[in-house]
Design a protein around this ligand. Structure first.
Ligand code: M6R
Length: 609
């Protein structure tokens, strides 16, 4: 989604802004722009297309002088991707420039009002009303104009504002869209995402909803919506800059797939002590956990698929009902939630707006919220009653891989820890599951060393126009993720089905040459799954099987090719099975020449509903 970067200091702003925008590229965008104050006025360069094109235009203008400015990457919502719809947007007199993430919901009404006063709009965007409204309210006091605008607009926003009349300061404001302030020696930065600023500073603070910040080179003031000063807590970000670079890999996605053994290791190891899972971060009492009526898992996309796997795992370990909801549906389904509901919210970015809104709704209805989040200090993390971080490090590729794997690992840790507290798991079973969990990093390494085999199979199957993923139980949960990975980066049509459900309709699509990926690693349902595999095979499907090593020959008798993963505890199967699915999607997309790290129409962090 859109990205914001701002700089005020003593260095030339434009190169810093362009570099920040490059670091935000992974979020997905279709146009980009910068605004810099210099010599009494604001200069704006913006264009449809890539940052490279923007940088070239800046260069053609001889670079932009000036030590204060704003940059933006736009992911179009209101108005097509075009030069004129790109941000920054300036007010009619050219004195105020604005960058914005989010959506101004009442923009049409404000636009009409401003037009009735004679204002002429240059773009079709909702954002331009902010710039024009600022000019309308501005009477020499910028903060006063900003608060008036914020009280008038509705919707979600992270805003960066530059005014030629106050050329030593940037204004920032947020509601429902993340915004970070970074502190340096003689400069301040603002950004929608910490990766844009870690090159310059690791000291940051996160604006909360309704807050406004005023930044000069040497000072930072934060206010609430009524301009009362607010004390902000600073946080240190310890992500390495190298983690946000490709490090010799052709794509971030492959790098991040390869980082999974370490990411899972880093996520589980600090939480295992003396043969037991210890979740120091949480303060849920035994009586509270025992009193739970249900666990409601809320997430989107791949995080939702983790939730689908978690349902099987947590129900098996805790013997409590687990419901899994798409965050975008949760708010509108009149959910049955009480004080005895634990909402388990899963999100890599911690900023997905649907998930955040569902979290707030779950809290409003009385649930306590435990979140699994990768980005430290993100809004979902801050608004939860308890948070367990996935220590995956920054994930840059739009298609999630290492975050998915670490989320699964945290689910397993939760299952073990809660089962111990609730007394729902025998000592022997506990020990066996914990040992299997500790073996995962090494088993992941082993799968990754055989990736050429998956590349070979991708070269055989990459031209199939449509792919079905089938499996039962945890295999089905992994199939959902395998299918999403394939379609989001290779643009092939694919669907995941519970294997037993296929014959209730979808099997009519299976014909000679249809590719079916059959996940058959789940021992308790193995025979049942294989019956369904035989059904598609006998209708002429090409079948690629995925199973655990001990079942290879049984699967191999039915399917065309078999991939295997090492045997593990049955509840941990998704952690291993997902890796060949990620690699398969990656290599198929590679053969199609797709833009793997930045697939079309997609954004890393989805901050609009
Ligand atoms: O940051 P989140 O985990 O909340 O994001 C949820 C989805 O947008 C995300 O998983 C998305 O489906 C990815 N593109 C999947 O690869």
């Amino acid at each position: 989604m859109c990205g914001i970067v701002g700089y005020v200091g003593r260095e030339t702003a434009a190169p810093i802004l362009l570099e920040g925008l490059r670091r935000l590229e992974y979020r997905g965008y279709d146009s980009a722009g910068v605004a810099v104050y210099n010599d009494g006025g604001i200069q704006v360069v913006k264009t449809k297309g890539r940052i490279q094109a923007l940088a070239q235009q800046v260069e053609e203008r001889g670079g932009l002088a000036g030590t204060i400015g704003l940059g933006h990457t736009r992911w179009a919502t209101h108005g097509a991707p075009s030069d004129v719809n790109s941000h920054p947007h300036v007010s009619a007199n050219g004195r105020i420039a604005v960058v914005h993430n989010g959506i101004i919901e009442n923009y049409a009404e404000i636009r009409e009002f401003l037009q009735s006063t004679g204002v002429r709009f240059a773009s079709e965007t909702d954002t331009e009303v902010v710039a024009q409204l600022l000019e309308y309210y501005y009477r020499g006091n910028l903060l006063d104009a900003v608060t008036k605008v914020l009280h008038r607009i509705q919707g979600a926003y992270a805003l960066g504002i530059l005014c030629a009349d106050c050329p030593d300061r940037l204004i920032a404001a947020r509601k429902d869209s993340p915004l970070i302030l970074g502190f340096g020696d003689g400069f301040h930065v603002l950004a929608s995402d910490v990766t844009a600023v870690i090159e310059h500073t690791r000291e940051v603070c996160y604006l909360d909803d309704g807050e406004i910040a005023e930044l000069t080179a040497d000072h930072c003031w934060v206010y609430d919506a009524y301009l009362r000063p607010v004390e902000k807590e600073r946080r240190h970000v310890d992500w390495e800059i190298s983690a946000a670079e490709k490090g010799g890999y052709e794509h971030f996605m492959l790098k991040e797939i390869m980082e999974q053994p370490k990411a899972v290791h880093d996520t589980i190891t600090p939480r295992i002590r003396d043969g037991a899972v210890v979740l120091d971060e949480l303060e849920f009492s035994t009586s509270y956990l025992k009193s739970l009526e249900k666990i409601y898992i809320i997430a989107c996309g791949s995080s939702y698929h983790v939730g689908m796997a978690a349902k099987y795992v947590l129900e098996a370990l805790l013997r409590k009902p687990v419901e899994v909801a798409l965050a975008s549906e949760f708010r509108y389904c009149n959910p049955i939630v009480s004080e005895r509901t634990l909402a388990l919210v899963i999100s890599q970015s911690g900023e997905t707006i649907d998930t955040l809104a569902a979290l707030r709704e779950a809290k409003r209805l009385g649930a306590r919220v435990l979140s699994i989040v990768n980005v430290v200090g993100s809004t979902i993390a801050r608004e939860s009653d308890g948070v367990l971080y996935t220590w995956a490090g920054p994930e840059i590729a739009v298609a999630t891989t290492k975050a998915y794997s670490t989320q699964l690992a945290v689910v397993d840790l939760i299952g073990l820890a809660f089962a111990k507290t609730m007394g729902t798991l025998g000592d022997e079973e506990y020990k066996a599951l914990l040992e299997a969990l500790e073996r995962l990093p090494q088993q992941l390494e082993e799968i990754l060393t055989h990736r050429e085999q998956i590349q070979y199979l991708a070269s055989i199957y990459f031209n199939h126009p449509s792919v079905f993923f089938i499996g039962r139980n945890l295999d089905y949960a992994v199939g959902l993720e395998g299918s999403l990975k394939l379609k989001e980066i290779s643009y092939l049509h694919s669907e995941a089905y519970a294997a037993g459900e296929l014959k209730h309709g979808t099997i009519s699509l299976i014909e000679p040459g249809t590719l079916v990926v059959a996940l058959a690693g789940c021992r308790p349902v193995f025979e049942k799954t294989m019956s369904n595999v035989v059904e598609v095979k006998s209708r002429g499907a090409d079948v690629l099987g995925l199973t655990i090593a001990p079942l290879e020959s049984a699967v191999g008798k039915v399917v065309d090719y078999t991939l295997t993963v090492p045997e593990t505890h049955p509840l941990l199967l998704p952690s291993l099975e997902v890796v060949p699915m990620q690699l398969f999607a990656y290599y198929v997309a590679l053969m199609h020449g797709c833009d793997i790290d930045k697939p079309r129409n997609l954004a890393k962090s989805v901050t609009v509903e």
